[in-house]
Design a protein around this ligand. Sequence first.
Ligand code: RTP
Ligand code: MG
Length: 140
Amino acid sequence: MAVTRTFSIIKPDATRRNLTGAVTKMLEDAGLRVVASKRIQMTKEQAEGFYAVHKERPFFGELVDFMISGPVVVQVLEGEDAVKRNRDVMGATNPADAADGTIRKAFAESIEANSVHGSDSDENARIEIDFFFDEDEIVG
Ligand code: RTP
Ligand code: MG
């Protein structure tokens, strides 16, 4: 299995509860390595741009407001089959459906305030990494 990269966000509900380290530990325990990380306050324009694929969804406005409600930690993760590995440890979007041992089962507050984002394909991982990071900020 090839070592690949994915993009992760520790969302405002998790940073607010001081769970950055706890979430990162679960990512690391799942075999992912943090090769870039920064804590940022997203602007409205950044959040709208990042979630542009969802702009027709009914929850788009609320999602943008939530994502700018506090700091987030954006990360590049590296590991074998990183996109799938990360999605497996994140768990289902809705914490009510998330399996035991997943980040969302452990920490998510709701379907929206669900503690983490993770890219859903290698192609989107590349796009999302490029949205927040310059290549020289990523040290594998
Ligand atoms: P993500 O993109 O954040 O990793 O999560 P995902 O693939 O599991 O979920 P997606 O369907 O892509 O939705 C993106 C984010 O929008 C919020 N959401 N709210 N109110 C709602 O019904 C609803 N549905 C989704 C969540 O924060 C979700 O992670
Ligand atoms: Mg998604």
